[in-house]
Design a protein around this ligand. Structure first.
Ligand SMILES: Cc1cc2nc3c(=O)[nH]c(=O)nc-3n(C[C@H](O)[C@H](O)[C@H](O)COP(=O)(O)OP(=O)(O)OC[C@H]3O[C@@H](n4cnc5c(N)ncnc54)[C@H](O)[C@@H]3O)c2cc1C
Length: 385
């Protein structure tokens, strides 16, 4: 029977970052278990790759303040590209309530130590995104170090570095059981046999709830479909454009390849493991898109290139990170509610610190604990796209 000091379930960007950060802390005997034939087939390979520090709560902002500089030096440190492009996130407000919200968030971001965010007047918004319709714009906010990464490349960089240092990745290995004895977790059962170990990390993305059940843990993480629509090559919007978020509808876009990537959070979407792309979404996203970005009228969209993936939602849109108090040895890194790529470096660091030192200096991990749901200590991150 095989054994490992740390067993990580899930080889997406989060499991890979945890593996890397553990090796940074000197742990070498790590096995990452991925049921697919290759990494990235979960949410990581479907992501829009947006990274931002413009959040509404100190915890999310602090996680970004670790993660974004990490992406900035990723290529040098990992010897592998992160694809980080600091083109910014521009939030566009047309409603005084939204502007007040941005102002409130701005003060929290500055207080937390973010230096690259600014509040904007309508002229500033027009300068940064000249392509949008701005007659009704009353202001916005912009952070120049926000931007995008290549999620697949970041995941691969993390895992390669971890493997160079001794971590092992087992593909086509599904975890089917979690073993427990009188002391706590003592191993996992997989499609390739049993692996014993006293530390098991659930990094199973949208499937984290199912993995939790294997250990008898009720983990409130629900899969929720999100769809993205790329345009064909399109020159009418600058390739240097930031991610632009129209707060009046939630429509957002960013440059991708030679075209644009269009997104919108459909409030009618219901939870479930749905990963088929619904063609009716194209009209929905384009209607909102053309309203804010009229030149989109001239863009072409090929439905065959559009895709769907899963967000991993928690009731308060905050991740669940840390040990399970009722089951020693089981750690969670789940429920990123659409922010798992941008917060993967911070998550890896927090989980590695918790495993190796029992505490984290970055955030108040008690606030992110699973027990918050039963104890009614819900947080609320409202800056969710
Ligand atoms: C359309 C879309 C757009 C998004 N845009 C952004 C964005 O702009 N910015 C951002 O930060 N985030 C974004 N996200 C969210 C982000 O993609 C996720 O939060 C992130 O990828 C989660 O990473 P993960 O490693 O936890 O999960 P995953 O990448 O899903 O990895 C989990 C892995 O666990 C494996 N697994 C599951 N069960 C088992 C088992 N029993 N045994 C073995 N392996 C198992 C799965 O096969 C999978 O590979 C987006 C998501 C979608 C769908």
């Amino acid at each position: 029977m095989k054994s490992a000091e740390v067993i990580i379930i899930g080889g997406g960007i989060v499991g890979s970052s945890i593996a890397y950060h553990l090796t940074e802390a000197g742990v070498r005997d790590i096995v990452v278990l991925e049921r697919e034939t290759h990494q990235g087939k979960g949410s990581t390979g479907k992501s829009m790759g947006g990274v931002r520090a413009q959040f509404s709560t100190p915890i999310s902002i602090r996680m970004s303040l670790y993660s974004i500089p990490f992406f900035d030096t990723f290529d040098e440190v990992m010897g592998h590209p992160s694809g980080y492009r600091p083109q910014g996130y521009l939030f566009v407000a047309t409603d005084p309530r939204h502007m007040a919200y941005l102002q409130e968030n701005y003060h929290r971001q500055i207080e937390a130590g973010l230096k690259t965010v600014q509040l904007l007047c309508p002229e500033d918004v027009r300068r940064i995104a000249p392509e949008i319709r701005s007659d009704d714009v009353i202001g916005g906010s912009f952070c120049s170090t926000d931007g995008f990464v290549d999620p697949h490349s970041v995941m691969t960089g993390f895992m390669q570095k971890a493997m160079e240092r001794g971590a092992q990745l087992m593909r086509e290995t599904e975890v089917t059981g979690i073993q427990v004895d009188g002391q706590g977790v003592c191993g996992v059962e997989t499609s390739k046999g049993t692996i014993s170990g006293r530390v098991v990390v659930n990094a199973a993305g949208a499937w984290a709830g199912q993995v939790g059940q294997l250990a008898g843990i009720d983990l409130p993480v629900e899969p929720l479909r999100r769809m993205l629509v790329p345009t064909e090559p399109f020159e009418k919007v600058s390739h240097e454009s930031p991610m632009v978020v129209d707060m009046s509808t939630g429509f957002h876009y960013r440059p991708e390849g030679r075209g644009l990537l269009l997104a919108w959070n459909d409030p009618e979407e219901t939870p479930g493991f749905k990963t088929n792309f619904d063609r009716a979404f194209i009209e929905k996203v384009l209607t909102r898109g053309v309203n804010r970005l009229p030149v989109l009228e001239e863009a072409e969209v090929n439905p065959k290139r559009a895709w769907a993936g899963l967000y991993e939602m928690t009731p308060d849109h905050f991740p669940v990170i840390g040990p399970v108090k009722s089951l020693p040895g089981l750690f969670l890194a789940n429920g990123f509610s659409g922010h798992g790529v941008m917060h993967s470096p911070a998550t890896g660091r927090i989980v590695a610190d918790l495993i190796t030192q029992g505490h984290s200096d970055m955030v108040d991990v008690e606030a992110l604990a699973l027990e918050r749901f039963a104890e009614g200590r819900l947080l609320h991150e409202t800056a969710v796209l």
